[in-house]
Design a protein around this ligand. Structure first.
Ligand code: UDP
Length: 511
């Protein structure tokens, strides 16, 4: 309920538009939201408030104080409790959360609705009764549309996945096309150009019936997301034009492709790669300067474009047997690598990585031969991807990792595991031609020979050169999309999209 008297209070403060942003509590969502907040604050001078749970706000603060200095970005804590959801205390983020706890965590996030509504009322009060210009919130928080509607504020969904990945994901949940057939391949009814295989379905969709709790939750969010005032996508027109057009047509609402939303130092034509940029070190879970320096030193000792970076994002682990196979395959490929290692899925929650999870003596051997560097749990990914020694990325194909890799012209070896990653890997391989999929999902027994063969193909053989060439073309297109000349006359498509969105939001705004 909105306190009506606030609406009529006159302001004594200088008027400034206010945007409220609300990411889901996962690094792959918080990171691009924060980057978008900086971009909007820089371009418009608006006040931005980022809402989240206390522990996430606490870990965001150093980055705001550093790379957000001088911008009007404020942080707001919303109370959050894990009680009654079967979650360990203080679970406020999907980091290292086992798969079986993921859904309880999503369900728990719905308790944030009244707190979020109260926050907006408070902001309105502090702004002299003026409503925020808009709410920009996560795909997982479709219910923020209800809050926006109750208070009379436009809600925009921010898709942290790509346009293709988002469209296919929404289509799968909406139609469950795999339940209409026994065949292994099936076509999406509203995207007839897309044929998928059962093994490209995330586990939750594979099991969905349409009336189970996952399906009901997802349909509650998606039905609101597609009715929202508009969507922002972390992609760019040239990369995903037809999928963006599909989103525009199917929602009947504007879709602004404003990406790739990345730190500007990563998007300059001469990247300042070897500098210990705070943009890079404070991002996400933060890397200590000491370990970043060790990582840089190791990369400096390798030849250009030879290092394979191996990481499966902020929340995935692999099985013990696949971990051993990956270790053996990497070693026998003889290709230098940096591997961000997490304990396997079988390990108890919060365990540390121990040698028994890898092949005997593996870490010592690769260290001695200067063949491999193991980083535990969290790596300075942007620092690694922007280093000239890095030449390939074995990735789970999370959309942020994809954009970070392509923005550096680095081809991808795909190992999708969940969510939109399967379709990201598919579009990267079949349409963008920058990827070879090596393995799919968390099941089955990966063979070391498969790893060795794929790594050689991408890092050493002609096929890899072609992928690299295509990735370099995409990098050029990405730089163009976010570029603007000094007079602001010539703007890339993503810069135009940001300006269009601001114009549409502010035109007719009653001060
Ligand atoms: N990331 C990082 N270091 C790590 C793991 C992840 O900096 O060790 C960052 C990565 O750069 C990306 C984000 O975390 O920005 C992960 O997002 P993505 O969409 O790739 O995968 P998710 O974690 O959402 O599955």
């Amino acid at each position: 309920p909105f306190p009506a008297e606030n609406l009529t209070t006159t302001t004594t403060r200088e008027f400034k538009h206010h945007v409220v942003m609300f990411p889901f509590m996962a690094q792959g969502h918080i990171i691009p939201f924060l980057e978008l907040a900086k971009l909007l604050a820089k371009r418009t001078g608006f006040a931005i408030t980022i809402a989240n749970t206390p522990l996430n706000i606490r870990s965001l603060r150093p980055e705001i104080d550093s790379t957000g200095a001088g911008l009007d970005i404020r942080l707001a804590e919303l109370p959050f409790s894990t009680a009654g959801h079967g979650l360990p205390p203080q679970t406020e983020n999907t980091d290292f959360l086992p798969y079986n706890l993921f859904f309880p965590f999503l369900q728990a996030s719905e308790q944030l609705e009244p707190h979020f509504e109260r926050l907006i009322c408070r902001i309105c009060q502090e702004d002299g009764g003026r409503l925020p210009l808009c709410i920009i919130s996560d795909m997982a928080f479709g219910w923020t549309l209800d809050v926006g509607n109750r208070l009379g504020i436009p809600r925009i969904q921010f898709c942290t996945a790509g346009a293709y990945g988002t469209s296919v994901y929404y289509s799968l949940w909406t139609h469950l096309p795999h339940n209409q057939t026994h065949a292994d391949d099936f076509v999406l009814p509203d995207m007839p150009h897309v044929t998928l295989q059962r093994s490209q379905l995330p586990t939750n969709i594979k099991m969905a019936t349409g009336s189970d709790p996952w399906s009901l939750f997802m349909n509650r969010q998606i039905s609101r997301n597609v009715r929202s005032w508009g969507s922002i996508c972390n992609t760019f027109e040239q990369l995903e034009h037809s999928s963006l057009q599909h989103m525009r047509k199917s929602t009947g609402r504007p879709v602004w492709a404003v990406g790739p939303i990345l730190p500007s130092s990563l998007l300059s034509s001469s990247p300042s790669n070897t500098k210990l940029d705070s943009d890079f070190l404070l991002r996400g879970k933060q890397t200590e300067a000491k370990s970043a320096r060790a990582c840089l030193q190791w990369l400096d000792s390798q030849a250009p474009s030879t290092v394979l970076y191996v990481s499966f994002g902020s929340q995935n682990s692999i099985s013990l047997s696949n971990m051993k196979a990956l270790a053996l395959g990497l070693e026998s490929s003889q290709q230098p690598f940096i591997w961000v290692v997490r304990p396997p899925v079988e390990a108890p929650l919060n365990s540390e990585l121990s040698a028994e999870f890898l092949s005997d003596g593996f870490e010592e051997r690769v260290k001695e031969k200067k063949l491999g560097l193991l980083i535990r749990k969290w790596a300075p990914q942007l620092l690694i991807l922007s280093h000239p020694s890095t030449g390939g990325f074995l990735s789970h194909c999370g959309w942020n990792s994809v954009l970070e890799s392509l923005s550096q012209g680095i081809p991808i070896i795909g190992w999708p595991m969940a969510g939109d990653q399967f379709t990201n890997s598919k579009v990267l391989e079949e349409e963008m031609e920058v990827c070879i999929e090596m393995w799919r999902g968390k099941e089955g027994e990966l063979k070391p020979e498969t790893v060795e063969r794929t790594v050689r193909m991408v890092m050493k053989e002609e096929k890899g050169n072609r992928l690299r060439q295509r990735a370099a073309e995409i990098r050029e297109a990405a730089l163009k999309a976010v570029s603007e000349d000094k007079n602001g006359e010539k703007k890339g498509s993503s810069v135009c999209a940001v300006d269009d969105m601001i114009r549409e939001l502010t035109v007719g705004y009653q001060c």
